[in-house]
Design a protein around this ligand. Sequence first.
Ligand code: ZN
Length: 422
Amino acid sequence: MLGIMPARNTRDFNRRLVLQAIRMNERIARADIARLTGLTAPAVSNIVGDLIADGFVQEIGRASGRAGQPAIELSIKSDGACTIGLHLDHDGCTGVVVDLSGQVLAAQERPMPSPSPETALSALTGLFHALIEETGVPLSRLLGVGLVTFGPIDTAYGVVRRPPLTSGWEDVPLRRQLSNAVGYPVYFDNNATAAASAEHWYGIGRTYRDFLYVSFGHGLGGGVFTDGRLHRGAARNAGELGHVIVEPEGLPCGCGAHGCLETRASLFALKRDLGDEWGDMDRLAAAVVEGEPRVMAWLDGAAGWLAQAVVSAANLLDTQAIIFGGRPPEPVLQVVAQRTEAHARSRFLRGDATGPRFLVGQSGARVPALGAAILPIYDAFALASAPRVTMPADNKTPLRRMARRRRRTPGAGTAASGIRAR
Ligand SMILES: [Zn+2]
């Protein structure tokens, strides 16, 4: 049986149960869905019928290797809908269009150093329209728009508070501004939390119910999954690993404290210590592959600081895995993960004597944008997260919103013909 979670109503909950069963099994027959979910066969048939009509699920032929007439199997129809994910960072914005399987259909970037709120809004709006134009996605197949940015943010109101490492940003209602500009409801979250969700949904985090996600970027962020669910926290900013204090008399941090991990382990700290040229990720990756001594020594030092915070967090949470992801290319994250593990191993206090696994998740500039794109998918399909992600202002589920749009646009709901993979 799958877990019991609150949902908007029983019908919505049952629909999520069925979707979850199909997604987790990749291909599955109706009878097996009934067995797995505890729903009756007629209930499963009804729900599956609706999901097929809505274009989210497809029949993919009959199972082989069973006695008697093999049952027709179902799978998620990956091009049944798509989402747009936008990531605003300290040095630019990135946008992606992804389908229901997480495949990236288009990606674009807009570099801009230290954007003001006005510049950022204009760039994000331009990016949204450019992505729609590039993919030709009809709005009737667009499940939603997700926006992620640096914290601290107020996810309930869609407001960027007063982030460290920026100027000119104070209580900016970015979600509402972008929603007004693109004429579409916008989901809003912290970039690191969203990247952790993407890892949980599509990536290496799929196989772990308890993991700590470390997001290595301009700043240092994190996300915590416990028992298969994202831990949000009281102010919904849980996972701020970068502001765990590792050096009480250390460097001043933009948050007002001293000796935060972010002052020692982040791209901001790397550029401060070694020079701005190391903001070039290709150059950084090449240096790591060649074993450039200054860079390797810096990464090893950063890993020592990371280990301090990670060991404390892992002991507190009793987590199964530490997953490193974020902006740098994979070779860099591999070194960070391996060296952090080496520093951490001797310090774990655990009964099983092995401690958590240290792993590398998705890497590269697109990761937070992928996390943003996951927000509407999560809200539409996930059992655990339905009441947990930041809702867009109209408070409707993505599926209902899509259904309404398709009723208003005759013929638009029949196929995802407008989505062109590239
Ligand atoms: Zn701090």
